[in-house]
Ligand binder design. Structure first.
Ligand code: ASP
Length: 311
């Protein structure tokens, strides 16, 4: 089994309420295409290529809160975070960027072409521009509409006393992927518009190695949920440590989510993981976390879908 390439993707842990049937179908299609894309790349590329391809497809789908579908901050601006890590040790993250269509590609550049781990704001955008990355076309009509509705709701303010309560109420559905190329290369990547109505300048867990993502030569992990809780718990690093202790990825993911729920409550986290043995795990304490996986040659298996879809 360990010689088989495998890709796991997710479309974000959250409530996923109010989806139309059309949106639901588009979401399932986007997850499948991301898995197929990552596996296709495994024929010529390594685990980093696989993760970048899978995440870029999710960013391009416009269905999720990442890339084209990114939600807006309190001021109505679009700013995104992304991160990637290879099991061989390198990591790259970008925070509060608005220029690139695919922040995951910029995170990869930070990992491979700069001596840094995280680059934020206008200088990260400048790097993307200088290196010729494709420009983001601007917020989607759906993101603008969602922002308008949220702004009209007096309870939807980033100023409420509990960050967790605020984020949970406003929703989050970032994207992530983990992959093993079957030859000992493991990688994890995530990309997000952050939580809706976040304060301008807010940075979540997605550009931070150990928090939103982590990879070793034995396991790759990607997290989703309320970034503040994931940063404080270093969730992805912790899951990899639980795996080292137990040797069981399913058990490690369960331990991590149960502990996170004890500390932060329900509705705060979801994780996906893959091991060098091509074992896969996904756990979440939210109502749904659409996720999909396949090994090369298989059809994607889809799980964690919301059960309330509007007619
Ligand atoms: N973790 C992301 C953030 O807090 C949001 C998400 O997972 O949807 O920025």
């Amino acid at each position: 089994m360990s010689g088989v390439p495998v890709v796991v993707v997710h479309g974000g842990a959250g409530a996923w309420r109010g989806l139309s049937l059309e949106e639901f179908k588009a979401m399932v299609r986007a997850l499948e295409e991301a898995v197929y894309g990552g596996l296709e790349v495994s024929r010529s590329g390594d685990c980093v290529d696989m993760v970048v391809e899978a995440v870029a497809r999710l960013e391009d789908s416009g269905v999720f809160n990442a890339g084209l579908g990114s939600v807006l901050d309190y001021s109505g601006s679009l700013t995104m975070d992304a991160g990637i890590m290879a099991g061989s040790g390198g990591a790259g993250g970008v925070a509060v960027v608005s220029y690139p269509r695919n922040p995951i590609k910029l995170a990869r550049i930070v990992m491979e072409k700069t001596p840094h781990v995280i680059i934020a704001g206008p200088w990260a955008d400048e790097l993307a521009r200088k290196l010729g990355l494709e420009a983001h076309p601007g917020p989607s009509a759906r993101a603008i509409e969602r922002w308008r509705k949220l702004k009209l709701d007096p309870s939807a303010s980033p100023w409420v006393e509990s960050r967790v309560k605020a984020a949970r109420a406003l929703g989050y559905d970032t994207v992530g992927a983990v992959a093993s190329d079957g030859k000992g290369c493991l990688a994890a990547g995530v990309s997000t518009g952050g939580v809706a109505l976040k304060l301008p300048g807010r940075v979540g867990d997605s550009p931070i190695p150990g928090a939103g993502f982590y990879a070793t030569p034995r396991i790759a992990v990607a997290a989703t949920g309320i970034g503040e809780t994931i940063i404080l718990s270093m969730a992805s690093l912790k899951l990899s440590e639980y795996y080292e202790k137990t040797g069981d990825v399913e058990k490690a993911a369960t331990m991590l989510v149960e502990e996170h729920t004890r500390i932060w409550g329900q509705g705060t986290i979801g994780v996906i993981a893959v091991t060098g043995e091509a074992e896969v795990a996904a756990k979440y304490n939210t109502e749904a976390m659409p996720w999909a996986y396949a090994r090369l040659g298989e059809k994607p298996t889809i799980n964690g879908l919301p059960n309330t879809v509007l007619p």
